[in-house]
Design a protein around this ligand. Structure first.
Ligand SMILES: Cc1cc2nc3c(=O)[nH]c(=O)nc-3n(C[C@H](O)[C@H](O)[C@H](O)COP(=O)(O)O)c2cc1C
Length: 189
């Protein structure tokens, strides 16, 4: 059992990182092998819509994303954690998500090479926003949840929390508990 954590904040040790670490701790406690990828430490360009991947399943852009594609394919669950930037996900997370394009064919069905590995993969999400109203992050939830529904991935849920200063979320025991539970869920078939 492998659970992959994807951090979409450039702020390592920040709020979404703290919650992602809790989720991965939950996954580990449930027996999973865990790994975290900090998108801000990777070179990930925007999708070019060149459609080359529709045939080959291989992205034409030579950066760090193909290595991340491989890790997604190998994982049983992927838990994403991202702050709200201007009522949306961060640029790092959006570039990553757009590059999921490589997993699909021209009709937006899973590429035949990837379908067996993507089918039923568990996907979770953690959002953090400065606004005390956590629903400020709903557009990000919509993006991930709809992607899962559209592609029949297994949506395991979302943790939505509020915090501003770096690491402030560490005081929010309820959010940490929820993130831990989400990680456990990720590690549970
Ligand atoms: C460029 C930028 C834009 C932001 N835009 C919003 C926003 O639209 N709504 C909001 O509630 N918080 C916004 N925030 C606040 C962050 O979501 C908040 O500080 C969050 O805790 C950061 O998470 P992190 O520590 O994981 O990076 C913004 C922060 C930055 C740096």
């Amino acid at each position: 059992m492998k659970v992959l954590g994807i951090l979409g904040s450039p702020r390592v040790g920040g709020n979404s990182d703290v919650l992602l670490d809790r989720a991965l701790a939950g996954a580990k406690a449930a027996g999973a092998e865990i790994e975290k990828i900090v998108l801000g430490h990777k070179k990930i360009s925007g999708c070019l819509a060149c459609e080359q991947c529709n045939e080959t399943g291989i992205c034409a852009i030579k950066d760090d994303m193909p290595e991340i594609h491989k890790k997604i394919l190998e994982a049983d669950a992927v838990i994403h954690s991202v702050p709200v930037y201007f009522w949306a996900m961060t640029a790092q997370m959006k570039a990553y998500l757009d590059r999921w394009c490589a997993f699909f064919d021209a009709e937006w069905r899973w590429h035949k090479t990837y379908y067996p590995k993507m089918k039923g993969k568990r996907i979770g999400l953690i959002t953090v926003c400065g606004d005390p109203n956590v629903s400020t992050a709903d557009p990000i939830v919509h993006s991930f949840k709809t992607t899962c529904q559209f592609t029949k991935l297994n949506w395991i849920g979302v943790v939505q929390a509020s915090a501003g200063a770096k690491g402030e979320i560490a005081k929010n025991e309820a959010a940490k508990k929820e993130a831990y539970a989400l990680g456990k869920k990720g590690a549970t078939p």
